[in-house]
Ligand binder design. Structure first.
Ligand SMILES: Cc1cc2nc3c(=O)[nH]c(=O)nc-3n(C[C@H](O)[C@H](O)[C@H](O)COP(=O)(O)OP(=O)(O)OC[C@H]3O[C@@H](n4cnc5c(N)ncnc54)[C@H](O)[C@@H]3O)c2cc1C
Length: 395
């Protein structure tokens, strides 16, 4: 019998397990594949604290609604700055600032409204134009009219972060079981019984299931599937995305670059590769008429061309050969806010997913662990409650 069972060995699951173990909780983490195998290890590594393109594309009311997550952005900005020291591990966090670009007068206007909204919520962001922008970012194309500059933005290495949390959790006594798929969740006296089955990744994995007083669903695109095992419908939407990495070159791009008018995120890794993404779609495969979440989504030629085209705001990138393209899957919610907190009418069952959960993962995880431990997270999370959808019900 554990105090808490965490389902999912991505960034969220490993970070929740770390925070719980640090507080002395008996915690087990169950991962069907390897740790960091899915979105947490495949993402672009952007630490973006400004509202993203998808949050401001649908007008001011939608942007105001998405801005309800800005307290999480501010918290995460601080959390990343101290993460390497906290976990005592290299995670390649660089916070040299981020620029969100505008190329047209309309986009510049949208950028200004966005920055003013963000400043009201406490984010340090300034709109730069002309010589001020050129001197900060001489690599930008001449057609860029302005940019919102947030000095706390940056990047981290997705290949390192989740595993750093996992090692720290393990050092603190968390029981991390890979190759172990949860196939059923059953409520019973004093908690939950989790039925498990070993997968190909889990040679020697145990098959005897797990009992725990509380369960955290941190299963990325599979979170809705797991919630359904407890007869709860979570309206999170799986989204397939593609990424492009160029061959390495000498450092020339110190900032995270995004665009206010279209999907784009671009940065240079510590090895010199430029990563281009920001939401260009890939295509889910189907199996038996359903989305196949187990197989990497199919890359779409148009998206890869789109990534290259989007990169024209930094002309030097267009001369770099493409080294690798890949796809991954993540979750969004209908209102762009995370799902974070207890599931109503399911005592001891919690969920964390949705949105930019690499950037916000350290914060989601800490707040969820605090909720489990004390019922009083250090920031209010009611706005992100799974209960807000109102139609949570038996599937
Ligand atoms: C291409 C791409 C680029 C992205 N870029 C960024 C970015 O730059 N910045 C940003 O902030 N976010 C980005 N994201 C989003 C970010 O990666 C995700 O929000 C985040 O990694 C989600 O972490 P997670 O732990 O919830 O999910 P995951 O990393 O997907 O982990 C969930 C885990 O649960 C396991 N699991 C599922 N079902 C079961 C089960 N039944 N039993 C046991 N285990 C189970 C899975 O195997 C998986 O390992 C990007 C996503 C993609 C795909």
């Amino acid at each position: 019998m554990y105090d808490v069972a965490v389902i999912g060995g991505g960034l969220l699951g490993c970070a929740v397990a770390y925070h719980l173990a640090r507080a002395g909780t008996r915690v087990v983490l169950l991962e069907k594949d390897e740790l960091n195998r899915h979105a947490s290890g495949q993402n672009a590594g952007s630490l973006h604290f400004q509202l993203e393109y998808r949050m401001v594309a649908d007008g001011d009311a939608a942007a105001e609604r998405a801005a309800r997550a800005l307290p999480l952005h501010l918290d995460a900005q601080r959390a990343w700055a101290g993460l390497a020291a906290e976990l005592d591990a290299p995670v390649e966090v660089v916070q040299h600032g981020g620029l969100m670009l505008a190329e047209t007068a309309d986009e510049l206007d949208r950028l200004r409204r966005k920055a003013s909204l963000e400043r009201r919520h406490g984010l340090d962001v300034t709109v730069l134009t002309g010589a001020e922008l050129t001197s900060l970012a001489p690599y930008l194309a001449a057609g860029v009219r302005g940019a919102a500059y947030a000095p706390g933005e940056g990047k981290a290495n997705p290949r390192l972060v989740t595993l750093a949390y996992a090692r720290a959790a393990s050092r603190l006594g968390a029981d991390l079981r890979t190759g172990t798929r949860v196939t059923a969740l059953t409520r019973e006296a004093g908690g939950w019984r989790l039925t498990t089955t070993p997968t190909a990744a889990g040679r020697g994995a145990r098959t005897d299931g797990v009992r725990a007083a509380a369960v955290v669903l941190a299963a990325g695109v599979w979170t809705a599937e797991l919630a359904a095992m407890a007869d709860v419908r979570l309206p999170v939407v799986p989204v397939a995305l593609s990424m492009t990495a160029t061959a390495p070159t000498t450092p020339f791009l110190p900032h995270l670059v995004q665009h206010v008018g279209r999907r784009l995120s671009m940065k240079q890794t510590s090895d010199g590769n430029v990563l281009i993404g920001g939401g260009s779609p890939a295509k889910f495969r189907a199996v038996d008429g359903r989305i196949d979440l187990e197989t990497a989504p199919e890359l779409r030629y148009e998206s890869l061309v789109g990534n290259a085209d989007a990169a024209r705001v930094v002309p030097a990138v267009l001369r770099l050969p493409v080294l690798r393209c890949w796809s991954g899957a993540t979750t969004l919610t209908p209102d762009q806010l995370p799902v974070l907190g207890p599931l109503p009418r399911r005592p001891g069952l919690y969920a964390a997913t949705g949105g930019s959960a690499f950037t916000l993962g350290p914060t989601y995880a800490r707040l969820l662990a605090e909720t489990l431990l004390t019922g009083e997270p250090s920031l209010p999370i009611d706005a992100y409650s799974p209960a807000r959808f109102g139609f949570l019900n038996a599937v």
